[in-house]
Write a protein that binds this ligand. Structure first.
Ligand code: GLA
Length: 374
């Protein structure tokens, strides 16, 4: 395996094993995770493979096959730079949770399309976390590994994300989407075989990531927390009378609340349709989710809107932005055999706007979650 060879070449000894954790795409349930709500992601066929050997001297050496230059050698975790902060953050989170993981040689090899909003960082974190958990025999459960990885991202890297991406990477199952209740952290694997219903899911990577996106994410969180406080509930998940809630809220808080509460309903409705074998009918929910993210949550952007609108014109049964927004990817639910037309329509629309062609990934099916490879 490529990462094991690079490990041996860089560090002069063999790894003790290799592990893989995937990125994710979210079918529905956007900006609901940090509101204690519902999400329905599935693992994509791309991820991060990690080769590790423990060290007894406390030193950490980190190598990425995607970064130029040699390994980063760090004696203090806080000195890690760039991509290495995600791995160092996981070591930091283990220590903080009372697990002495000491030093390690770590090489990573990732193939999650960069900047596509498919959670390459969660894949990196969960891959490293799964490796260290196995090697040290810590027995941390997959959901607790996800929480640990989220802690690394929140408090070490400094991105205030929710739990969806790390949970998806740690817990997804092949052929299934993962229903996650972000309050109880209860999960259910929901069978997702779109091909059996004459459908396919296409990912359209806009190739853009708008400036200020990270600050906007924190602002949306703050709007939601402000609204919950005004309503006297712990989180927007706890709103049981939406009309009453909206009648006392104003401005951004009102709009954010309308999105979060209706999005939670859409997740439940979509699961109901999947369980009924009616995946052909989920398109309207995808479309409604997109409009709500665009107009109420205000996290879309022209490139995402054009991807969604042109995919629908090209024959998609439904489409929406996926992930945090302000760029990244959209998904389109396409009748089997219809991907070519959808793709053409999207590419032509991008060309008319003078934008670089988006990357299109057809027939994306649910991959397995984190696991040991060798
Ligand atoms: C990003 C975050 C997730 C989630 C989504 C929006 O991907 O990392 O926790 O909040 O945005 O649904």
């Amino acid at each position: 395996m490529r990462v094991a060879e690079a490990f041996q070449a860089a560090f002069g000894h063999e790894p003790e094993g290799t592990w893989h954790a995937p990125g994710r795409v979210n079918l529905i349930g956007e900006h609901t995770d940090y509101n204690n709500g519902f999400v329905l992601p599935f693992a994509v066929p791309w991820g991060v493979t990690t080769a590790v050997r423990r060290r007894t001297d406390g030193t950490v050496r980190l190598l990425s096959l995607q970064a130029s230059g040699g390994p980063q050698v760090i004696t203090e975790l806080d000195r890690a730079q760039g991509w290495a902060r995600y791995a160092a953050g996981v070591l930091w989170a283990f220590e903080r949770a009372g697990h002495a993981v000491g030093g390690a040689d770590i090489a990573i090899d990732g193939d999650v399309p960069q900047g596509a909003g498919l959670s390459s960082s969660a894949a990196l974190e969960v891959s490293v976390a799964t490796a260290l958990n196995d090697l040290h025999g810590l027995g941390v459960s997959p959901i607790d590994l996800a929480l640990l990885a989220q802690k690394a991202e929140n408090d070490f890297v400094g991105m205030p994300c929710g739990i969806m991406d790390q949970a998806a990477s740690a817990l997804c199952e092949e052929g299934h989407a993962l229903f996650l209740d972000c309050r109880s952290l209860g999960t259910r694997a929901v069978p997702l075989d779109l091909a059996a219903e004459g459908l396919e899911l296409m990912i359209i990577d806009t190739g853009v990531h708008h400036e200020l996106a990270d600050g906007q994410y924190a602002r949306r969180r703050a709007d939601c927390e402000g609204a919950a406080e005004r309503l006297g509930v712990e989180s927007l998940r706890d709103v049981t009378d939406l009309a009453a809630a909206l009648s006392v809220l104003e401005g951004d808080e009102r709009k954010r609340t309308q999105h979060v509460v209706t999005e939670n309903h859409r997740v439940e409705a979509l699961i109901g349709l999947l369980r009924a074998g009616a995946a052909r009918e989920i398109g309207a929910l995808l479309n409604a989710s997109h409009l709500s993210l665009r107009d109420q949550f205000e996290v879309s952007c022209p490139e995402l809107d054009v991807a969604v609108e042109s995919a629908l014109r090209g024959g998609a049964r439904g489409a929406r932005m996926t992930g945090g927004g302000f760029g990244g990817s959209a998904i389109a639910l396409v009748p089997a055999g219809g991907a070519g037309r959808v793709r053409q329509e999207v590419e032509q629309a991008y060309e008319r706007h003078g934008w670089a062609a988006p990357r299109v990934f057809p027939e994306v099916t649910p991959a397995p979650g984190a696991r040991r490879l060798t």
